[in-house]
Ligand binder design. Structure first.
Ligand SMILES: Cc1ncc(COP(=O)(O)O)c(C=O)c1O
Length: 419
């Protein structure tokens, strides 16, 4: 495979005189240590590329955990943001503003649902959906007061607020953060029998990721999502699909549930909805569901602000063309072929859907962290999940040549002994 031609030097002067090493050292005493970043200090970015303080180039194969589905600084999104910055950026929801209707209309049309509750971060969208599902259970389904339950899947990742970690199975996310919020039941992922047994007259909703990203890009069996749809319909509860990481083109379709032609009652979106520019998330749902909210029951000062709505609308416009979904599907076959060729040669297994992969590295070669550090030295950014699994989620704008170059770096790291 030939190395791709590097793009032109990235625009913008160096904003800091400090070196990468000095900046990393400077963070330690003044920043909470709730992350363990790879030792790279990004100063500029464009498309699928980032550049560090010293001007070294890296191919971004993580894309902000899908927040950068359209690459860094996509021209149409930057233009939409600039235009809005020159008009009005924040109103609060105390007033109407002229960008919100278009954003909600676009998102409803894109998802095939009716109403939108705009929020900011993914965790906020999940929290909002939990509140809405409970209110719906009491008001529409007739569950006895304070008895509503929500069924979730083992291995889930929905964010890190106190209520969300209450139903996380990850001890690191939970330990030291109790007491926890009651009202959740956990069943094994990809197990329809267990799910059916967990549903009863108290069930407000089933909340699942159509593909479990943080767990290692775990893809359920064909028929699982359709089965969840059928079981929730029969049980008279809501199907809430957390598409915050899987949605908006990543898997080769607009939503990951589209692979089974399933329409949930509630879809949660975030990450890429903000175009890599601002945090934008949303609960998108049937009218009967979001219709339960009344003024004062829920809200956010920043949710649906004019800048967020302008960028979010531009994201919806990009997706409406279908181009990004097509690219993810086409390049997904390249990703899949590259990983297939490495199976038994450094990787023990992998899962792909569209431009998204969970790659299980042979533990004899290194942990996911070690492989990520070696790839960093090769000019490729990836992130480990658990143990020896790394995930690949490049921008959907990546070229075939760039993708092949990243795969050949992975091959080098896995198959050649460390020098
Ligand atoms: C499926 C899923 N839900 C929710 C979240 C939380 O999103 P945020 O980090 O924006 O709060 C994430 C983040 O990785 C996610 O992958």
């Amino acid at each position: 495979m030939t190395a791709p031609t590097l793009p032109q030097p990235l625009a913008g002067g160096t904003p800091t005189a400090r070196s990468s090493a000095a900046l990393i050292r400077a963070e330690a005493p003044v920043l909470a240590h709730n992350y363990h970043p790879l030792p790279v200090v990004v100063a500029r970015a464009e498309g699928a590329w980032v550049e560090d303080v010293e001007g070294r180039r890296y191919l971004d194969m993580l894309a902000g955990y899908s927040a950068l589905n359209f690459g860094h600084r996509h021209p149409a999104l930057i233009e939409a943001a600039h235009r809005q910055l020159d008009r009005v950026t924040l109103t609060s929801r105390a007033f109407h503003h002229d960008r919100l209707a278009e954003f909600a209309e676009g998102l409803a049309e894109l998802t095939g649902l009716d109403m939108v509750l705009p929020m900011n971060t993914g965790a906020e969208a999940v929290e909002s959906a939990i509140k809405v599902a409970r209110k719906w259970a009491y008001q529409v389904k007739g569950v006895a007061a304070d008895r509503a339950t929500i069924v979730v899947a083992d291995g889930n990742f929905h964010g890190r607020t106190t209520t969300i970690v209450s139903f996380s199975g990850d001890p690191v996310a939970r330990e030291g953060f109790g007491p926890f919020t009651p009202g959740f039941r956990t069943v094994p992922y990809n197990d329809l029998t267990a799910l059916e047994e967990a549903l009863d007259e108290t069930t407000a909703a089933v909340l699942i990721e159509p593909i479990q990203g943080e767990a290692g890009v775990l893809i359920p069996d064909d028929g699982y999502l359709a089965g969840v749809r059928e079981l929730t319909r029969r049980a008279g509860c809501l199907f809430v699909a957390d598409e915050i990481q899987s949605g908006l083109g990543r898997t080769g379709t607009t939503l990951a549930v589209d692979h089974e032609a399933v329409l949930p009652d509630v879809v949660l979106l975030g990450k890429a909805l903000g175009g890599g520019i601002v945090p934008v998330s949303a609960v998108v749902a049937r009218r009967e569901v979001l219709g339960v909210l009344r003024p004062g029951e829920h809200g956010s000062t920043f949710g649906g602000n004019p800048l967020a709505a302008a960028v979010g609308s531009a994201v919806v416009e990009l997706l409406a063309t279908g181009e990004f979904q097509r690219r993810a599907a086409e390049l997904g076959t390249v990703l899949d072929a590259g990983l297939s060729a490495l199976t038994g040669r450094g990787i023990t297994g992998y899962r792909t859907r569209g431009l998204w992969a969970g790659v299980d590295v042979d533990p004899a070669i290194g942990t996911g962290r070690e492989i990520s550090e070696r790839l960093l030295r090769e000019g490729v950014l990836v992130k480990d999940t658990h143990g020896s699994t790394i995930r690949l989620a490049p921008p959907l704008t990546i070229t075939r040549e760039e993708l092949e170059s990243a795969l050949s770096s992975l091959e080098k790291v896995l198959t050649r002994p460390q020098g």
